[in-house]
Design a protein around this ligand. Structure first.
Ligand code: R5P
Length: 320
């Protein structure tokens, strides 16, 4: 932490309801408590928010990953931003450790939306002055914002954990072309080779792995992804790797453990010995998924909040 303690006095950290545990952990790293914020519901389900102390002129941070239930959490974030804006906060940073709706970052076919852009517009309209996020599905999403975006990464955090593993005969696997850059970041830190699995998506919730580009025979694969949602990509990737002669000793590393639907079943297959993730979103499957290990991103985010507040450089925490 680089900040001068005197200068944090005008700073307030709030958390929505999406991931209070992370909010509390970040506040604790900053040696403070979360700002008092009441989130309640009208009988018809509409969200009501009240900021319980004055934030006039303050440097305010709101922590809310837009993870499932995505629409609820996103709407709640917008309403909190609006409440802070109308309460005359000096500067509002939306801290979105997981940025939902990011997969639709371009039109894959005619008459489709670009939700990653639409969400960016709504956050700015809602009152955000800057955004802090972690491992965007595609880094170019930063360009959808006309306000500053601090794009942090969990690569350093997770690669430090991985460096404790026995990495002999290991190979890093990018499960699709979009993950090659991130996988290379891990490879640079851990000095491991990279192979790519060519994936062809055949539906919104179904994927088909076609072939492995690179040699995995006799190797122990470590699959790298930004997020695990249903576990379908990882499981099909394991099939392809085993078919190509990889050892049935597979690890999986991902920043965002969304883990819905069949995820616990698919990731529990015997070839997967460990699933390492960060806590950008709440991890609800720890009991069902014995191989799940969670590393906390809270210190990294707390450090970034302090640097932003103190106008110190955040770039060394960025994706390179
Ligand atoms: C895809 O482009 C992403 O990087 C992930 O591979 C994908 O979203 C994971 O989803 P699922 O676990 O449902 O296959």
């Amino acid at each position: 932490m680089t900040c001068r303690p005197k200068s944090v006095s005008n700073m307030e950290v709030f958390s929505g309801t999406a991931h209070r545990n992370l909010g509390e952990e970040i506040a604790s790293c900053l040696n403070t408590n979360l700002g008092s914020l009441e989130v309640s519901r009208f009988p018809d389900g509409e969200i009501h928010v009240r900021i319980e102390k004055s934030v006039r002129g303050m440097d305010v941070f709101v922590i809310q990953p837009t993870c499932p239930p995505v629409n609820e959490n996103f709407t709640e974030l917008l309403i909190i931003l609006d409440a802070l804006h109308r309460a005359s906060a000096g500067r509002i940073t939306a801290v979105i450790p997981y940025y939902g709706y990011a997969r639709q970052d371009k039109r894959a076919a005619g008459r489709e939306p670009i939700t990653a852009r639409m969400i960016a517009d709504m956050l700015i309209t809602g009152g955000a002055d800057r955004i802090l996020t972690v491992d965007l599905h595609s880094p170019q999403i930063q360009g959808f914002f006309d306000i500053p975006v601090d794009h942090l990464t969990a690569v350093d955090l997770l690669s430090k954990e991985m460096s404790q593993w026995d990495l002999s005969d290991s190979v890093l696997v990018a499960p699709d072309a979009g993950r090659v850059k991130m996988t290379t970041e891990y490879a640079n830190r851990l000095n491991l080779p990279v192979v790519i699995v060519h994936k062809r998506r055949i539906g919104a919730d179904q994927t088909a792995v076609l072939y492995v580009v690179g040699d995995v025979k006799g190797m122990r694969p470590i699959i790298i992804d930004d997020m695990i949602t249903t576990g379908g990509t990882v499981s099909k990737c394991v099939d392809a790797l085993i078919e190509e002669g990889a050892k049935p000793d597979v690890r999986v590393v991902a920043t965002h453990p969304i883990l819905v639907g069949s995820a616990a079943d698919l990731l529990s297959r015997k070839e997967i010995v460990e699933v390492l993730v960060s806590n950008t979103v709440p991890t609800t499957m720890s009991r069902e998924l014995r191989s799940l290990r969670v590393a906390s991103i809270a210190p990294v985010i707390a450090d970034a909040l302090l640097r932003i507040h103190c106008d110190d450089s955040v770039s060394e925490l960025f994706v390179q």
